[in-house]
Write a protein that binds this ligand. Structure first.
Ligand code: SAM
Length: 333
């Protein structure tokens, strides 16, 4: 997956005349800061730091969010949000992904504490073809403090932001975001055990507030996975030349691992739940072995043999993260 062309050219425009050596230094500092669990506020001291973040991380976080939004579209094809609130928007990554998925979004609000990322986002969105994105409302706010009452929204996205908050802050933010959501609330986190734990925390909380879990879980029961296993997915991201340079990369792509949750209001919870593929399927000529989260709340490996031709053919086209369709118990081992 690639960033949309207008966003790519807006980033290239910002990069004009910028020393790649300096940018590379900043990107290494930011990466090690995030790896050690640091927050964006302390990772960024000037505009160059924000730009390094956009070059190195925006393609991956954009692609993960876009992937998740396509899961929401699969499950709710009729959902067409008119409004979006992007919590912890940073440079506006999730707003770009949502505008790509639903070009009819009419109103976007972006909330973040980091002035440098918000300012960069402001410059980038000037090139957006979406009028809503160009005119989006930006509010500088600390999301760990009680939020002023915001207008209701059809879609709320919190992408790669909870990692920077305490458990109590996450609970307060999700409670407030859910109370203003009248459609779907989407959370995306790094695909690490820590990211999954935050997703589970959010899942329990949102269920207790009456939300329906649309994906990835095909049920509303407790998560069947037990640590050290964790629920995560992967999206391949094409690297730009600058990305390769800054990351000293050998290959023109990277695999972004992410965990996510889509919680919806009752009226969007209308289609039948289907088993979800939780890992890369092992496919051979005569057999496919897949790890499934099933509608009955169990996680298990299932083998489908070629003699079960219809199921075998259907599964051959499926990938990690897809819905598996219904596999009858006699096809399972
Ligand atoms: C890793 S960046 C992710 C940005 C963007 N959502 C994305 O997916 O690329 C995390 C963002 O969360 C914001 N953030 C973290 N804690 C926050 C808080 N307490 N209040 C407001 N923003 C916060 C940071 O300023 C930063 O922009």
């Amino acid at each position: 997956m690639l960033l949309p062309p207008e966003l790519r050219s807006a980033i290239s425009h910002q990069l004009e005349g910028v020393s790649r050596n300096l940018l590379s230094e900043r990107s290494s500092q930011i990466s090690s800061h995030y790896r050690s669990g640091g927050q964006s506020t302390h990772a960024m001291n000037d505009e160059l730091d924000a730009l390094a973040y956009a070059v190195v991380r925006m393609p991956a976080t954009y692609s993960a969010v876009r992937n998740v939004l396509s899961r929401l579209q699969e499950r709710c094809p009729a959902f067409s949000p008119a409004s979006l609130v992007d919590f912890g928007a940073g440079p506006g990554t999730a707003s770009w992904a949502a505008s790509d998925g639903w070009p009819n979004i009419a109103a976007i609000t972006q909330l973040d504490a980091n002035m440098l990322l918000l300012q960069l986002g402001q410059k980038l969105k000037e090139s957006a073809s979406s009028t809503a994105l160009r005119n989006s409302r930006t509010i500088r706010t600390d999301l760990s403090a009680p939020q002023p009452i915001l207008p209701a929204t059809d879609l709320a996205i919190i992408s790669y932001t909870l990692a920077e908050m305490s458990t109590a802050e996450i609970r307060a933010l999700l409670t407030s975001a859910w109370s203003q959501c009248r459609g779907a609330l989407v959370i995306v986190e790094p695909g690490t055990p820590g990211g999954w734990e935050r997703i589970l925390l959010g899942r329990d909380l949102l269920l207790s507030h009456g939300a329906k879990i649309l994906a990835p879980c095909p049920h509303q029961l407790p998560c069947p996975l037990v640590a050290p296993d964790w629920c995560h997915f992967v999206q391949r991201v094409q690297r730009s030349r600058d990305h390769m340079l800054l990351k000293s990369a050998d290959v023109p792509w990277e695999d972004e691992k992410f965990s996510y949750l889509i919680a919806v209001c009752e009226h969007l919870f209308y289609s039948a739940q289907r088993d979800r593929i939780l890992a890369q399927p092992e496919k051979s000529k005569n057999e496919i072995r897949i790890k499934l989260c099933r509608t009955n709340g169990q996680a298990e490996f299932v083998q489908v043999r070629k003699r079960d031709l219809a199921a075998f053919k259907a599964l051959k086209k499926k990938d990690w993260g897809d819905e598996a369709g219904s596999i009858a118990p006699e096809q399972s081992r």
